[in-house]
Design a protein around this ligand. Structure first.
Ligand code: ZN
Length: 398
């Protein structure tokens, strides 16, 4: 089924240049569960205005650039000539696949062998816009001094060769990613899978990169993946991008399908799950996990005029500063990325954080005989499901 998202301003003032992605990859270190972003190559593209994207900047590439632009030096000159607001510097990069480019922005260094003018014209503005969006999750911005590293390869062949070197013994796991990108050891590693999907994978993985470096505590899956999916669709806006989470058809489509098929993962289960636990159950289960996590973060930010937004920000801010009320054992795993994350940690911490920050202390006082926090969960789950139905109202499956 191809999800179509109707929006009042679907095209937007600049032609509705949305970026969507279907695949993201990341897996946990050996010994931990597979937390990653599964290849979702079977997902379908959101029907947005692709034509407007294609003609975005080639009109600027005159005859004088036509010959030079096929060389790294020519592409470098082309990009410099455009005076892109987010682009600070362009340098040649000698990669194992030949000469590429290194694009430097205020917060990123992008090493690329994909010398395609439209992508390279827009990727500096995209990563800087994403950085701004990541910062906006927090009550106040945090300073970063070391640039984030992104590798963007021209094709799968180069990506695989780099990945084998870069991931070492974990390579077989990463090579299972059928289309997309991953984050590991401080770097996002992507390859060209089409303009929209490539940018979307960078937006998604960029969040994992951002919080892995800057947050004192690692995030449980529902929160980490839920936020990452807020950065999968964006609209071009004068050299930068505006993220359009409400138009993320790749998540809204599976969410609608999940609701229609009555396959909703209960909220009390969702907050304890990691993707590795559902991957064996098939694509629909994976789609349900991701789409519900996406919806849950939106619910916390948007529902009822954003009444839970302060709690959501407090949750993140305390994770940033290492102030979650965790046990001594859970603190160690939370704070030390060298310790493999475990299913048990993700389950316990994911549940505890939701109860502590979102539901509130009273949740622990109202238990049934089966020791389930039925009263508050029932209440918030009903509100969550109403929100889910509301956001998929305009989605058409076909
Ligand atoms: Zn992810």
């Amino acid at each position: 089924m191809i999800p179509k998202v109707k929006s009042k301003n679907e095209k937007g003032k600049n032609g509705g240049r949305c970026r969507s992605v279907s695949a993201f990859g990341e897996t946990s270190p050996a010994g931990g569960f597979k937390s990653a972003c599964h290849d979702e190559a079977k997902r379908r593209r959101v029907p947005v205005s692709v034509i407007s994207v294609i003609c975005g900047c080639f009109c600027f590439a005159g005859v004088s650039f036509a010959a030079d632009i096929n060389t790294p030096a020519g592409m470098s000159a082309y990009l410099k000539n455009k005076q892109l607001p987010a682009l600070k510097a362009v340098d040649l990069w000698e990669s194992q696949f030949g000469t590429g480019l290194k694009l430097t922005t205020a917060h990123y260094e992008i090493y690329t062998t994909f010398l395609e003018p439209l992508t390279l014209s827009e990727v500096p503005g995209f990563v800087e816009s994403a950085y701004r969006g990541y910062q906006n999750q927090l009550p106040r911005p945090i300073e970063t001094s070391t640039p984030f590293t992104v590798y963007l390869f021209a094709n799968r062949q180069q990506w695989e060769a780099f990945t084998i070197d870069f991931t070492g013994p974990q390579a077989p796991m990463y090579l299972k990613i059928r289309a997309g990108a991953y984050y590991l050891n401080g770097a996002c590693v992507a390859y060209n899978i089409g303009l929209e999907r490539t940018f979307s994978s960078l937006g998604h993985e960029g969040w994992h990169q951002f919080n892995s470096r800057l947050f004192k505590y690692r995030l449980p899956s529902w929160l980490d993946e839920g936020i990452a999916m807020q950065f999968e669709v964006a609209e071009y806006d004068g050299g930068f991008f505006t993220f359009k989470s409400d138009r993320n058809g790749y998540r809204l489509g599976p969410l609608k399908k999940t609701l229609l098929n009555n396959k909703v993962i209960p909220l009390s289960t969702l907050i304890k799950l990691n993707p590795g636990e559902v991957v064996t159950e098939g694509d629909d289960a994976v789609g349900a996990f991701y789409s519900e996590a996406y919806a849950l973060v939106r619910f916390l930010r948007e529902d009822d005029y954003g009444k839970r937004f302060p709690q959501y920000q407090k949750l993140l801010f305390d994770g940033l500063n290492g102030q979650w009320p965790l046990s001594e054992r859970d603190v160690r795993i939370a704070a030390d990325r060298n310790i493999p994350i475990t299913v048990g940690w993700n389950s316990a911490v994911g549940k505890m954080l939701f109860e502590h920050y979102i539901i509130g202390p009273e949740s622990t006082m109202k238990k049934t005989e089966s020791d389930q926090e039925v009263v508050p969960f029932d209440k918030i789950e009903k509100q969550y499901l109403v929100f889910c139905r509301k956001i998929v109202y305009y989605v058409q499956l076909r």
